[in-house]
Design a protein around this ligand. Structure first.
Ligand code: C5P
Length: 409
């Protein structure tokens, strides 16, 4: 993926997933990187340090009191590293790191590095969803750390949930992206969105009918993901509330909150607004209606199936309109999309006024839906500007140019 060869410290925490750290070290070496390993005491109980010593050719550091380390090994590693990745990062390790503890080899090294840090958490799903863990992750992100995973899948407990360590290849990919960013960071122009929190919604919503069926739409999420990536590249702290999509994970510095239905999307957006947002961009194709009842069992063909079936729907909340109505001042800045089949500007302006938002990005379904590029018109209270046809990433930057101008007013 990247021609860059880096010196990487792998910090191994004490979780069952520690065995996968061996595969991660191998994967990083396969990509040409030089790797050294530090382990917590608990990590060294899950996987023998000698395994890491064997594959890296350097002693795995587990004990800062070991007299064979001349000098301060954590300081030496801190200076040596181009990047540090902690895998698995347990609940305890995240908590201690978030609060500046430095009482084992991994924490002491983390407190000495001046390079990018990537955490790959792994724990039981209840530990991951714990408010304390959420706070600690946010605190570490605020300090500049990036995260990859955890992913949803089978856990050591036998349950399925969010808490599984990301795959070693995915951790290595994320680390290389973080490294590549830090390489180019100095060359970048001033980041015009730095210091701002931008919340973006993306993708469709799926409104369940029964355990296997849903009502959905053909939104791919590409526009929202492009906006999230562009906002991050311009220095914003980004939360991406994503309906179901098949897109690859966004940059590890973006906090992705996966949701399915409109009601889940509304709850996730409200949650991120409570934490403070300067800009909300609703690029999601939110379903206007949902089935009145969700069947607990798969709906069967019944005798009356010959005559067809009537499906009763109820209105979903209009999330954007509710955000517009609830806003007292001019923050957060609100941006909506209007996907139309005709009269884009007139309809977009109607939405701007009805939903009390600052900017509507209007487009015709035939121009962009499901495609890589699009033709859009930016409609605000004073103007309607058609942008040149562009890729979704180009349009994302043009939309953010306008956002930056509106927020500076
Ligand atoms: O009214 P319409 O659905 O065309 O408005 C589109 C805009 O409103 C989009 O930004 C979309 O994300 C948002 N929306 C919403 N909640 C809904 C429907 C649309 O926030 N239930």
């Amino acid at each position: 993926m990247l021609a860059l060869v880096a010196r990487i410290v792998v910090g191994v925490g004490g979780g069952i997933a520690a065995f996968k750290a061996v595969l991660l070290v191998r994967e990083l070496q396969r990509r040409g990187h030089e790797v050294r390993v530090v382990m917590t005491r608990a990590g060294a109980r899950f996987v023998g340090p000698v395994t890491f010593t064997g594959i890296t050719g350097r002693p795995a550091v587990t004990d800062l009191w070991d007299p064979s380390y001349a000098g301060e090994v954590h300081v030496e590693l801190g200076v040596w590293a181009d990047a540090m990745v902690v895998a698995p990062a347990t609940m305890n390790l995240l908590a201690r790191s978030a609060h500046g503890f430095a009482d084992d080899a991994v924490l002491a090294t983390l407190s000495c590095v001046a390079c990018p840090v990537l955490f790959a958490p792994a724990m039981h799903h209840r530990m991951w969803s714990r408010p304390a863990t959420r706070r600690n992750v946010e605190r570490l992100r605020g300090d500049g750390a990036a995260f990859v995973g955890p992913v949803c899948g089978p856990l050591a407990s036998g349950e399925v949930g969010d808490g599984r360590l990301a795959e070693p290849e995915d951790i290595a990919d994320a680390l290389e992206r973080v490294l590549a960013d830090s390489e180019t960071a100095d060359a970048k122009p001033a980041s015009d969105l730095s210091g701002l929190t931008v919340v973006v919604s993306a993708g469709p919503t799926h409104e369940d009918l029964d355990p296997v069926r849903y009502l959905g739409n053909r939104s791919t999420g590409r526009m929202g993901y492009a906006l999230a990536e562009a906002a991050r590249a311009r220095g914003a702290s980004v939360v991406l509330v994503s309906g179901p999509t098949t897109l690859p994970d966004p940059h590890p510095a973006i906090r992705r909150v996966p949701v399915r239905s409109a009601l889940e999307m509304k709850a996730a957006l409200e949650g991120s607004l409570e934490a403070g947002a300067d800009v909300v961009i609703m690029a999601a194709a939110v379903a206007d209606f949902r089935p009145k009842d969700v069947a607990a069992e798969k709906i069967k063909k019944s005798k009356d199936a010959q005559e067809g079936r009537v499906l009763e729907l109820v209105r979903n909340p209009d999330i954007l309109a509710e955000l517009g109505a609830a806003r007292t001042g001019s923050r957060p800045l609100l941006v909506g999309f209007a996907l139309e089949t005709s009269d884009v500007v007139v309809r977009a302006r109607g939405k701007l006024e009805r939903k009390k938002v600052d900017l509507i990005v209007g487009n015709l379904a035939r121009d962009g839906f499901g495609k890589d590029d699009n033709l859009v018109t930016l409609v605000d209270a004073h103007s309607a500007t058609e942008l040149p046809r562009g890729t979704k990433r180009e349009l994302a930057d043009a939309i953010l140019d306008r956002v930056a101008a509106l927020i500076a007013r």
